[in-house]
Design a protein around this ligand. Structure first.
Ligand code: SF4
Length: 319
């Protein structure tokens, strides 16, 4: 605990959003960064609780509160306050393979469990995490970690979404030779094609994939298992196969047929927009459109934010 009175002295200050009128005109990231001084103050709000519920991932009535990764939150909050980014990074990477993703798009169950929130506002754990990993990349601390010894075992990972990437990273660090097979053009799965660019810039994913390649993971893109390569062929080539294929099938709404003009499933709509952005192609044009969004969760809100950026005149969201 860097500063014993930090939680009394400083209020919560989240990373500010870019001004509305600027951010709705583009797909650039939503958040602005804060000064190092502000970040240290935010880290100083952490009380280094005797029982840090933020990192405990306790199940209450079938739901989890606290970080499911058991991130060592009070430890790295202290290191931020002390200005030790390298130490903070070391503690962060103990439990989290990709903090640059979770620091942007995780719903921050840690903050819901933070004891500071009992009588005030929780520590900005989410923003602190992003600060550590982005500072580490900026300062050249994120160097390829190549395993000292290779096991000689070959593993195929089917799917380059979040679970496939995390598994490939873990297996590679244990010395196995990992090849990730992905049917899409780019790795990332829902990170790449489901979450809009303003919440997770696609360069962040590409930066991580390049690092994994330097660490020895190979990627075969545009390769669909069952179409381009059979499961039996994989069994001949690899010692083990992990299926991390995701869940692509949408849940239909009763009464809406798939082919009604103007009706689209959320992920199809979001991924079509991202694909065009990535390719530099013209974006879908929603000017003159009144858009109705069914669902008000994260995905529904991503559709809302995307439709606004595509110029729609009106949105009705049903929840
Ligand atoms: S619960 Fe909140 S105040 Fe306590 S250690 Fe975790 S982040 Fe810090």
């Amino acid at each position: 605990m860097g500063k014993s009175t930090g939680f009394l002295q400083y209020g919560r200050a989240e990373n500010p959003h870019r001004p509305v009128q600027a951010r709705i005109k583009d797909f650039e990231e939503l958040y602005e960064t804060q000064s190092e001084t502000t970040r240290k103050e935010q880290a100083a709000r952490c009380m280094n609780c005797g029982v840090p519920f933020c990192q405990s991932a306790i199940e209450l009535k079938g739901m989890v509160t606290g970080c499911p990764l058991h991130n060592l939150i009070p430890e790295w909050n202290d290191e931020i306050y002390q200005g030790n980014i390298a130490y903070a990074l070391n503690r962060l990477l103990k439990t989290n393979p990709f903090p640059e993703f979770t620091g942007r798009v995780c719903p921050a169950l840690c903050e819901k469990a933070c004891i500071n929130g009992l009588d005030g506002e929780p520590v900005c754990v989410h923003d602190n995490e992003k600060f550590i990993i982005e500072s580490a990349f900026e300062q050249g601390l994120m160097k390829p970690r190549k395993p000292a010894v290779r096991s000689g075992k070959r593993v195929a990972v089917i799917g380059a979404g979040p679970s496939g990437l995390a598994l490939a990273d873990a297996l590679n660090q244990r010395g196995h030779l990992v090849c990730v097979l992905e049917r899409e053009e780019e790795a990332g799965g829902l990170l790449m094609y489901g979450i809009p660019n303003m919440k997770l810039d696609k360069r962040v994913i590409q930066r991580r994939v390049e690092l994994m390649k330097e660490e020895g993971v190979t990627f075969e893109m545009n390769t669909s298992v069952g179409r381009d390569v059979s499961f039996d062929q994989l069994k001949e080539r690899y010692d083990a196969i992990a299926v991390c294929a995701g869940a692509k099938k949408p849940r239909p709404v009763a009464g809406f047929e798939d082919d009604i003009h103007g009706v689209a499933y959320a992920v199809d709509f979001l991924s079509a927009t991202t694909r065009r952005l990535q390719a530099g192609a013209p974006l879908p044009d929603l000017r003159e459109c009144h858009v109705v969004i069914v669902g008000g969760g994260d995905t529904g809100n991503d559709c809302c934010a995307t439709a606004i950026r595509l110029g729609c005149t009106k949105i009705t969201q049903l929840e």
